[in-house]
Design a protein around this ligand. Structure first.
Ligand code: SF4
Ligand code: SF4
Length: 344
């Protein structure tokens, strides 16, 4: 079994997982291998503003060519608008969340999955957005349903791990979850007890979990992140709007509890609604005028078209840039990959 590990913190936290005696033993026995994401110290040395400016400089908007893409690369389903963590940079944290605690109707979720099934979808389905998916106990049955209907799609989920008991985690995997991303938040590189117990449990299994993908990210709880389109409670964005392409609306489709589709994952309150899956088909929304307009403006590097984008310092490669070499891959994808896929 393989665990991929990464961090947005410091190098010493990368190895926290190997400090667990049981994990260390399994690694020494060759049962478990841990692949670390290559993290370049350059991302800590170069201020983000400089990286963004360089990217702005290197993006030649006039030369870009968009080629159409029929379906999003990934879907995000926010099945319950709640999180159980206290990350100060996040509007969904317990102390900051102003939303009502709302659940997505089962029929809304199934309608989307059924439509994707008829389209033979083979992209990625994420079972989270601005929420903690394990707080919605229906998540296991949602995964089971999606797994049956979409055998070619990759089912993924990102959790903060607080509720990830070995039993709950195994139920998710047995329901058909392919990728499990654990964002372990702490200020001192400590693994959450449930995360630790879950990893010991799956790592010790020599057969079943071998084909699953596990990604553990050690993250700082009291951090400042990006502006989250003006939604971050501890980092307001005061600069001029960036002149930078953003490929979120080119790739992703984010659905919240009532079926509304947002502009991107940063649209925390779903203020910029692109459509509603209860009333429209996914294809109709994805190819609709609202998405087209957003893409057209962002493709030109114009973020003033919308209040969210004008306050946003995010883009698809943002997290990747923090992670050094991965960031370079994202940057390449950003400048070259997007050119080859879209046309307007
Ligand atoms: S960053 Fe994730 S874990 Fe933290 S409060 Fe937001 S949704 Fe919850
Ligand atoms: S610029 Fe920010 S708010 Fe606008 S689409 Fe991209 S991520 Fe979303």
């Amino acid at each position: 079994m393989k665990i991929q590990a990464g961090t947005s913190t410091t190098d010493q936290n990368r190895y926290v997982i190997e400090k667990i005696p049981e994990i260390k033993k399994l690694k020494n026995e060759g049962v478990l291998s841990i692949n670390y994401q290559k993290i370049s110290s350059i991302s800590y040395l170069i201020p983000m503003r400089i990286i963004i400016s360089l990217t702005e400089l290197l993006s030649f908007p006039g030369k870009r060519k968009l080629i159409s893409c029929n379906l999003p690369y990934s879907f995000f389903f926010e099945t319950r608008t709640r999180c159980n963590n206290i990350c100060p940079f996040c509007p969904a944290s317990i102390q900051n969340d102003t939303r009502n605690d709302l659940y997505m109707a089962e029929k809304t979720f199934k309608k989307c999955i059924d439509e994707l099934s008829t389209l033979d979808y083979h992209g990625t389905i994420w079972l989270h957005n601005y929420n903690e998916p394990l707080l919605d106990k229906r998540i296991v049955s949602f995964i089971r349903y999606a797994s049956k209907q979409l055998p070619k799609a990759k089912l993924s989920l990102m959790t903060n791990g607080i509720l990830l008991s070995p039993r709950y985690g195994i139920r998710l995997l047995e329901a058909g979850l392919d990728d499990l991303v654990i964002d372990n938040y702490s200020d001192n590189g400590i693994l959450i007890k449930n995360v630790k117990n879950f990893l010991i449990k799956v790592a010790s299994d020599k057969s079943y979990y071998q084909h699953k993908f596990f990604f553990l990210e050690m993250r700082i709880l009291n951090a400042k992140g990006d502006s989250r389109a003006g939604n971050s409670p501890n980092r307001k964005y005061n600069l001029q709007p960036l002149k930078l392409i953003c490929d979120w609306p080119f790739r992703s489709f984010v659905v919240t509890n009532n079926g509304d589709v947002g502009l991107c994952c940063k649209d925390f309150k779903f203020e910029c609604v692109m459509g509603n899956v209860n009333r429209q088909s996914i294809v109709e929304i994805w190819n609709g005028d609202k998405f087209k307009h957003a893409r057209k403006e962002l493709f030109k590097g114009n973020r003033t078209w919308n209040p969210l984008c004008s306050k946003c310092d995010g883009w698809m490669g943002w997290d990747g840039v923090y992670n050094g070499t991965l960031g370079l891959a994202f940057l390449f994808e950003h400048l070259i990959g997007t050119i080859t896929r879209w046309e307007i």
